[in-house]
Each structure stands twice: as C-alpha cells, then as structure tokens.
Design a protein around this ligand. Structure first.
Ligand SMILES: [Zn+2]
Ligand SMILES: [Zn+2]
Length: 346
C-alpha cells in the first residue's frame, strides 16, 4: 500500500514510476465521483508503470475497466503516456486543454525527418556549433529518426475549458489555465473544503506548474510552422501569480510530495526567475551573446562540459525563453546584422 496515499475526501495518490528518470515517479491522482473514479494524469507508457498504476487502483478496489474519465494536466509523456491504455481498458474519456491537444495532433502527424531538419535549423539559428548539429543531420540521413517521442500519444476526446467546472457529478473541480511549462498546461482546483480543515480554498492539482522543490523547465513552445512569437516564461510567471491568488489549502503536485502555503512557493519561484533574468541581463551587458552562448554561461546543476547532448538542447530552449522575456521587458535587443542573431543588454 506504500505506493498509494489516501489524501482524504475521496482523493488518492498513486506513485507511478518513470523509468530511468531522476524525477522518480509521477503522482497519479484518483478522484471519486458520482460516475466512477476519475484520474488526474496517468503516468509514463511503460509496462512497469502500467503495473504500478493498475496495482495502485487495485489496492483501492478499483479495476481499470471502472475508470470513468481521465483529466490531463499537460501533454508530456510522464502525464499523458498511459492515457491511451486506460481508455482502451475502460472506455474512459480523456480531457486536455486545446493548446496541448494541438501539440499532440501536430506531433502525431509530424514526419520525423522533417522534425530533425527543424531542430537542426533551430539550433544553428540559436548559435549551436557545427559539432552539435552534425549528429542530428547524421541521424536524419541514416533514417534513425523513428524514435520521436509522442508519435503515438492518445488523441483526447474532450476539451478542458479554462475557468469552467469539469463535468464530474458530486464534485467541484475547476480548470485553471496555467500556460508556461506547456502552452496548454492546466491546474485543477478542487473547490471543496479541505478534509482536514486546513485553512485556505480547497485543493489544487498542480501538475508540473507548481512543485515543492523543482523549478519546472520553461523553454520555447516547439512548433514548426508556427510563426507566433510566444513568451512562455512571461506566460509562466503570470500563471504562477494566478494560482498563488487561489490560496489553496493544499497543493497536490504531479511529482515529489503535497505541500501547503502555495503563495509562499509562488513568491520563491517568482524571485528565482527574477534573479535569473537579472543574471542573464548582466551577461548580455558584458558582451552580445547568441542563445547558445548564453546557455553556455548560465548556471546549471553541473558544468556545461558535463551536460549531456539532449539536455543541452533543453538548456538552449530555456535560454531562449529567458531572452524572449528580456526582449519583451525592453531589457535586451537583437544586434542588427548578426547571424546567428546575438543579443545585447539595453
Ligand atoms: Zn511536464
Ligand atoms: Zn512531469
């Protein structure tokens, strides 16, 4: 039973492992409703994870076939990975915000070769050196491109509409749109008294938006053919303030552990990003930098030389998100005539 936690008031959490990932597990939540159990997120698509999910449900006396619906906080595979299997086994509906459903549809229809080209061009434009882009090109040419994640992600059948209550008989759960980590990330606010009478307004299923000890990855919304200039970090900071104002009595995140005092955690994260933006602004004051150059100089959890290939791509995307924010704030600008484009502090 150690993999299942009873949060009271008809809410349980099941630890579903994520293989080979330092995060360890996804906390899948089970909500008792008048129409049957509803899941918030499902976990990574892996046989061991599926076993953990079904065993956790079994410990609660629930067969997978009984699941009535699946509410997804965002499209990432550690949240949406098992949704298709759950639907197959139960006929449950799957609900997701339209902006993340768009990502699912786009990824499913993407030609992997085309995606590799896009990634290569994007990295070159960000100032990545030739030796970093070359492996992508080599993989493309050898046809080793069939492992693109998300190619088989389940297409949701319902839309989560921000601000609306989800159709869950006997429960009051409202969708709060919290873009930033993904364009269609939602938190789910259970507008019911806390079962242990903790002070505050109900409980918040926060997905990856608000975690007790991790600052979620904020990169660019990767979208070939999409010419909108988005500001994911700006979206994220706005979304943080939005959930802070809800003042939930308790937060049930999708990783790590439940916590209280959401406004304090929101303040911490806002201060963290403020500090980071200031630090990057100072780097740009010293010399104009491409996103890659900026990523190389940013503080990560280990020296740049030790950051593995895939994580460098994520780091560059994060550097670009911060640059977008600085440009929007009028604190940085592109240096005309540079290719790849370098940015300087204003
Ligand atoms: Zn995520
Ligand atoms: Zn996650």
């Amino acid at each position: 039973m150690s993999q299942v936690t009873d949060h009271g008031g008809g809410v349980w959490g099941i630890k579903v492992p994520i293989p080979d990932n330092p995060l360890g597990h996804t906390l899948v939540h089970v909500l008792d409703t008048g129409s049957g159990p509803v899941l918030v997120d499902t976990g990574w698509d892996d046989p061991g994870s599926w076993d953990a999910l079904t065993a956790g449900l079994g410990a609660l006396g629930i067969a997978v076939a009984d699941v009535h619906g699946v509410v997804i906080t965002h499209h990432h595979p550690d949240h949406h990975g098992l949704s298709g299997k759950v639907r197959e086994a139960s006929g449950a509906w799957i609900a997701m915000h339209a902006a993340d459903t768009e990502v699912v549809l786009r990824t499913r229809s993407a030609d992997p070769g085309h995606w590799f080209d896009y990634m290569g061009e994007k990295l070159t434009a960000a100032g990545a050196p030739e030796e970093h882009v070359a492996p992508l090109r080599a993989a493309r040419e050898s046809g080793r491109t069939r492992t693109l994640p998300g190619l088989r992600a389940a297409v949701p059948d319902r839309e989560i509409v921000p601000g609306e209550l989800l159709p869950l008989p006997g429960r009051r759960m409202r969708a709060i749109w919290t873009p930033g980590h993904t364009p269609g990330h939602v938190c789910l606010h259970l507008e019911e008294a806390h079962p242990a009478n903790l002070p505050g307004n109900g409980r918040l299923f926060s997905g990856d938006h608000l975690l007790p000890g991790i600052s979620p990855h904020i990169g660019l919304y990767e979208a070939p053919e999409d010419t909108r200039v988005t500001d994911p970090l700006g979206d994220y900071l706005d979304s943080l303030e939005r959930v802070g104002r809800l003042e939930p009595a308790e937060v049930l995140p999708a990783h790590q552990h439940p916590f209280t005092d959401a406004p304090a955690r929101v303040r911490e994260l806002l201060a963290h990003h403020e500090e980071r933006l200031d630090g990057l602004w100072r780097l740009l004051l010293a010399e104009p930098l491409t996103p890659w150059g900026l990523a190389e100089r940013m503080v990560w959890n280990r020296p740049w030389e030790q950051i593995p290939y895939g994580s460098r791509n994520i780091a560059v995307s994060e550097a670009e998100a911060h640059l977008r924010r600085l440009v929007k704030q009028g604190r940085a600008e592109a240096v005309t005539g540079t290719d790849p484009v370098a940015y300087r502090a204003v």
